[in-house]
Each structure stands twice: as structure tokens, then as C-alpha cells.
Design a binder for this molecule. Structure first.
Ligand SMILES: [Zn+2]
Length: 322
């Protein structure tokens, strides 16, 4: 029965993905006619006081738009609950309605949010600019989709968003430019922390229940283990017996220094691994896929990097000294 269940899950996911149109196609089409008409729209909608309606599929992109647009944007974020597994999200009529009025849309792509491409295709004809993070960083379906954990991603997304805001509302270009400069500057402490951790912990073996932290781990130079197990968690399929055994051995024999625990994509198996880490005295740290309430993208990343630093320090790990 378990096998059948997992086959059905896989079939359902394959079906969902095959319904989605390629993101590049949509993004290209929208960009081709988006900018000019979008600017005209913003003016027609009520002149100087009208806010630019923006929809972000994920709330960390929504947070960046808010930082870049200030009071001139009205942002709706679709995925905003850090207690729900975003990989299992299915769009509702509410999602579709939010998109109808958006002049600017931003989503992750790389099959993280295949429902976005479908919804956009279903409401063709509306004039809007669409920004797909995956296209900006050259990632596609099959790559690790958690692109916002790569320190190189958000500067690119922010520049594209800022360009779109300027195109929509050229009268306030200097304000958007200033906000972009401020935003890019505010990412520097994240880069500094990553460099600091790289200096101390490059090469240290760690593991994770799900690949959400993968790009950040790579940026720090950690040796990330048990990738197949992590993919199974992400895809809601069953990890193989040998992958589970390898994960357990890594914890029990303390071959890894830290367990990075995705508290947003959990199931009995990942909870069991967390418990085993505690029993084996392998420090763990929690990460989420979605921006928690009360945090900005920057404070969220820094909080998690600090937690990782503490966990690595508690484990007594030392990186390769050059
Ligand atoms: Zn994930």
C-alpha cells in the first residue's frame, strides 16, 4: 500500500507539472508587451496617488518589492504561511483573483510554483510584467528550486523588480533608484556572515532533512550529505531504505556535525531524524522556506546564519584551515 501511495503521489505531481507551461515562454510574452502598456495603466488608474498592484508568489519576493516600492506599491503575497509545506500548495480561486489585477508579478519558477505559470496562462490578455527568479539566475525545473537561499539571487531579482517599477512609474525613478541602492547595501552583512562562516567551517560535513538550505550551504562551503533523502522529502515521495540507513548512520556515528531541519516540510521520517540527532548529540538548527512574520528577507537570513554558527560552534566543528 505504501508503494502504491507513493506511486500515486508521483503520478499526481507529474500531471501537475505537465500542465504547467514553460516559465520562460510566459515571462517572454509578458515582457514583450508588458512595460509600455503597464505604465499607461498606472496613470489611467488614478494618476499620482495610485499604487502599483503587485502579486508575489512567495512572501520573501513580496517583502523585497515592498522595500523597493515603499508606499507606491500594493503587494499581495500568496505563499506566506511558514507552517505550511509550499511544495504541496495548490492554487485556489482567491489566488487567481489576486493575479487578475496585478500589473507586476514575481514568482520563483524552477517548478517551485508550477501553479503560477498555469494561472498566468489562464488569464492571458491582461497587461502585466512578469519576473521569474529562476530565469534571472539560469535555473530550470530539476535544479534545486530554493533559489532565494543563494546569496547571488536576490540582488538580481531586486534589480529586475526595480526596473519594472521604474518602467511603470517613471516619475519616481529617483526614489526607486535610492531604494534599490539601500536594499543592495543592506545585503552586505549577509555576504559578510557567509564569508566569515566559510573561513571557519568550509569542508565541514552536515546534513539536512530537505534541500531548502542547499545553496546557502554551498556558499559557505559545507559538505552537504544525503541529498537523495532530501529530494524525497521535497517531492513528497519515500526515501529508499538505503538512503534512510545512510542518514541514520551519519547521525548515530556523528559523521555530520549539524542537522539542518526544515521545519516547514516535515513528516514522521524527518521528525524521527531530528530525534535521532538529539539522541546522538548532533546539534540541529531549524530553517523555513517561507519568510516568518515580523522579519525582512535580510533579518530572516541573518537569524538563520547566526543559528547555524551557534550549532556548528556547539558541535566543535573546525573547517579546513588553509
Ligand atoms: Zn523545499
Amino acid at each position: 500500500m505504501k508503494q502504491l501511495g507513493s506511486m500515486l503521489t508521483r503520478a499526481r505531481r507529474a500531471l501537475k507539472l505537465s500542465n504547467a507551461l514553460p516559465a520562460w515562454l510566459l515571462a517572454g510574452a509578458a515582457l514583450a508587451f508588458g512595460h509600455g502598456a503597464f505604465a499607461a495603466d498606472a496613470k489611467a488608474a488614478g494618476g499620482a496617488g495610485a499604487k502599483i498592484p503587485v502579486v508575489a508568489a512567495e512572501n520573501f519576493y513580496g517583502d523585497v518589492v515592498r522595500q523597493l516600492g515603499g508606499e507606491r506599491v500594493d503587494v499581495t503575497s500568496i505563499l506566506s504561511n511558514p507552517d505550511q509545506d509550499p511544495h504541496l500548495f495548490e492554487a485556489s480561486p482567491t489566488t487567481a483573483r489576486a493575479l487578475q489585477h496585478a500589473s507586476l508579478v514575481v514568482y520563483n519558477g524552477a517548478d517551485y510554483d508550477p501553479w503560477m505559470a498555469k494561472l498566468l496562462a489562464a488569464s492571458k490578455g491582461t497587461q502585466r510584467t512578469v519576473i521569474v527568479a529562476a530565469d534571472l539566475v539560469g535555473k530550470k525545473g530539476g535544479d534545486n528550486p530554493h533559489l532565494w537561499y543563494d546569496p547571488a539571487t536576490m540582488p538580481k531579482v531586486a534589480r529586475a523588480l526595480s526596473d519594472a517599477l521604474v518602467a511603470a512609474d517613471p516619475a519616481h525613478k529617483s526614489a526607486y533608484d535610492a531604494n534599490l541602492a539601500k536594499f543592495l547595501d543592506s545585503l552586505k552583512p549577509i555576504d559578510a556572515k557567509v564569508a566569515e562562516l566559510h573561513g571557519r567551517y568550509a569542508g565541514v560535513p552536515v546534513t539536512a532533512t530537505e534541500p531548502v538550505f542547499g545553496y546557502m550551504s554551498d556558499a559557505i562551503g559545507l559538505d552537504m550529505r544525503n541529498l537523495r533523502f532530501q529530494l524525497a522529502t521535497m517531492n513528497d515521495t519515500e526515501a529508499s531504505a538505503s538512503d534512510i540507513a545512510a542518514f541514520e548512520r551519519d547521525l548515530r556515528e556523528r559523521r555530520v556535525r549539524v542537522l539542518i531541519y526544515n521545519s516547514q516540510a516535515t513528516e514522521a521520517l524527518t521528525r524521527r531524524m531530528l530525534k535521532l540527532a538529539q539522541q546522538s548529540k548532533v546539534p540541529s538548527m531549524s530553517v523555513t522556506e517561507t519568510l516568518p512574520a515580523g522579519k525582512t528577507y535580510q533579518t530572516w537570513m541573518l537569524t538563520q546564519l547566526d543559528a547555524l554558527d551557534k550549532a556548528l560552534a556547539a558541535s566543535g566543528a573546525k573547517g579546513k584551515t588553509p
